[in-house]
Structure formats: C-alpha cells, structure tokens
Design a protein around this ligand. Structure first.
Ligand SMILES: [Zn+2]
Length: 156
C-alpha cells in the first residue's frame, strides 16, 4: 500500500516593506522652476515634434532624449470630469474635489484638478485654463479652472 503523499509544507511569512523610489528629475527640474515663477512649460521632442505634458526627459514616441522646452498657452477644453468623494489617504483631510481631463491647445490631454466650478455645472467642451497653484501643503502644482471665470477675474 502506497504511502499517502505528504502535504507539501507551505511556509509563509508576511511583513511590511517600505520601498523608496528615487526618481531622477534633474532633466525636468526646469518645469518646477518655471512653475514657481507662474509659468507652465513642457517638453517638445526635437526629432519628431511630440509634445508631452507633464514634461518628460525622453520622448514617449521616438525615445529621443533631445528635447526643447516650450511654454504652454494654458488654453484647454474639458474632455471629462469626475468628483473624488473617497480620497486617498494623502488627501483625506480635504473636501471632495473634481479631477478633469483637459485637452490642451497644444494637442495633449492631461489630468489635473478642476476648481472654480461645481460638477453639475461642468460641461464637456467648456473652455478651461491650466494654471499654476499651490497645494494645501504649499507645494507648487497646476490645476484647471473655467476660462470664463479666469478672464472675469483678470478683466476688472
Ligand atoms: Zn520624438
């Protein structure tokens, strides 16, 4: 009579690993410097003309590392929007907020918070501006706002 095969031993251990990724951003440091000064810039590939936003040190189309810096117009059109009610831990202290995909005049879709409009008043196709801002933690960042409201604020 054959011996009953032994159950393979399963050894398990679990522990929390803390990973830290150091991502070199020196090639796009100019973006943050310009944003501090209130200007939104990005990268354009000198070989194929591909514009990326947020900026990237290497072209996502042809992988060239030869890039030029260009200013962005800040003009955009709303493509999609949603409200984030269940916030990630880092934003748990904030009120629910809107996140939008806007199509920049330069032909690039980008994701950013949308401020200055309620979800029910936001309409796909409405004109937006992409502008520098500061997070609650005072870090420089960028956001979308309705273009009409933005112009009204500047025209008085
Ligand atoms: Zn390219």
């Amino acid at each position: 009579m054959a011996a009953k095969p032994e159950r393979p031993r399963v050894l398990k251990s679990s522990r929390t690993l803390h990973l830290r990724y150091d991502i070199p951003i020196s090639k796009i440091a100019k973006f943050w410097d310009e944003l501090q000064r209130g200007r939104i810039t990005t990268t354009k590939c000198t070989k194929c003309g591909n514009i990326t936003f947020p900026p990237a040190a290497d072209c996502s189309q042809c992988r060239s590392s030869e890039i030029n810096w260009i200013p962005l117009s800040g003009e955009a059109v709303l493509e999609a929007v949603t409200r984030i009610d269940i916030r990630p831990a880092s934003f748990a202290q904030e009120e629910p907020y809107l996140v939008a995909i806007g199509r920049l005049k330069e032909g690039v879709n980008t994701l950013a918070r949308l401020v200055g409009v309620r979800l029910e008043d936001a309409k796909v196709g409405m004109n937006l501006v992409l502008r520098p801002t500061r997070t609650a933690g005072r870090a420089v960042w960028y956001e979308f706002a309705p273009a009409t409201g933005f112009k009204e604020n500047n025209s008085s």
